[in-house]
Design a binder for this molecule. Structure first.
Ligand code: NAD
Length: 260
């Protein structure tokens, strides 16, 4: 498939996990890529992998903190300067934060998680939507989480931020559909990325792999998701095939969020 031939796609959190997996899928299908991350080494690794699967792919790497508005404005401006348009935006960078009860949840920690996961997603939409509205087309996929549609526990900052991402998605989708722009969110369950490894380490320390096996037992599919499975979904949602999917929040979690 070549759904992204000639298309310009921005991915935040492109240096690892779900952002990297989506980048590789989109690169294989011909996209010009703007890869954004706080972590330069992660971006370099993703670029190397892109070159392996799509040697001719044009890439722009931008080291930026999505929690800082001016840095978001800057990567959007750089995209337009280099490529002249934005077809798709995977608004994905995020952090998990510490796990503990709400009464013990640190105020600083709460603000930090909100500033990356919620403010960051808002800034991204604010600046990308200005460009897309002018163009009269575009597609945005925001990364929420199962923690944005269900109560998971021990994750006050994360839950608040991801429920916020769902709210922003629905609100802006209703506003911008008339301009030819679709906005959707994905709600991944536990997908085996460095973030989830970190989460399991918070629960089980060096015993994290055993903890992981226990953790996935209640999942209907009895396993973690794979980053590339999310990559396939994101590629579809960013492509023109998904233009009429708007304001939707799509779980990718083996069915876990529907279980009771
Ligand atoms: P990850 O830690 O592997 O990758 C996240 C990337 O985002 C990293 O490269 C990191 O450097 C970057 N990043 C973090 N803070 C940033 C900031 N302020 N500015 C720019 N870049 C920043 O994690 P992942 O599992 O790939 O997570 C990606 C997204 O998916 C996150 O929003 C996360 O909340 C969400 N998510 C993940 C899972 C899962 O199971 N892996 C489940 C639900 C939702």
């Amino acid at each position: 498939m070549n759904r992204f031939e000639g298309k310009v796609i921005i991915v935040t959190g492109a240096g690892s996990g779900l952002g990297q997996a989506a980048t590789l899928q989109i690169a294989k299908e011909g996209a010009k890529l703007v890869l954004v991350d706080l972590n330069q080494a992660g971006l370099d690794e993703t670029k190397k992998k892109v070159q392996e699967v799509a040697p001719n792919a044009e890439t722009l790497l931008v080291t930026a903190n999505v929690a800082t508005e001016s840095e978001v404005e800057n990567f959007v401006n750089q995209t337009v300067e280099k490529f002249g348009k934005i077809d798709g935006f995977f608004n994905n960078a995020g952090i998990e934060g510490k796990q503990n009860l709400t009464g013990d949840y640190g105020i600083e920690e709460f603000h930090k998680v909100i500033s990356v996961n919620l403010n960051g997603v808002f800034y991204g939409m604010k600046y990308v939507l200005k460009v897309m509205k002018e163009q009269g087309y575009g597609s945005i996929v925001n990364t929420a989480s199962v923690g944005g549609i269900r109560g998971v526990g021990n994750q006050s900052g994360y839950a608040a931020s991801k429920h916020g991402v769902v709210g922003l998605t629905r609100n802006s989708a209703i506003e911008y559909g008339q301009y030819g722009i679709s906005i959707k969110a994905i709600a991944p369950g536990a997908i085996m990325t460095p973030m989830v490894e970190g989460s399991l380490r918070q629960m089980g320390g060096d015993n994290w792999e055993e903890v992981g096996k226990e953790f996935v037992k209640p999942n209907p599919m009895r396993r973690f998701g794979k980053p590339e499975e999310v990559g396939y979904l994101v590629a579809f949602l960013l492509s023109n095939e998904a233009d009429f999917i708007n304001a939707a929040v799509i779980p990718i979690d083996g069915g876990q969020s529907y279980k009771y």
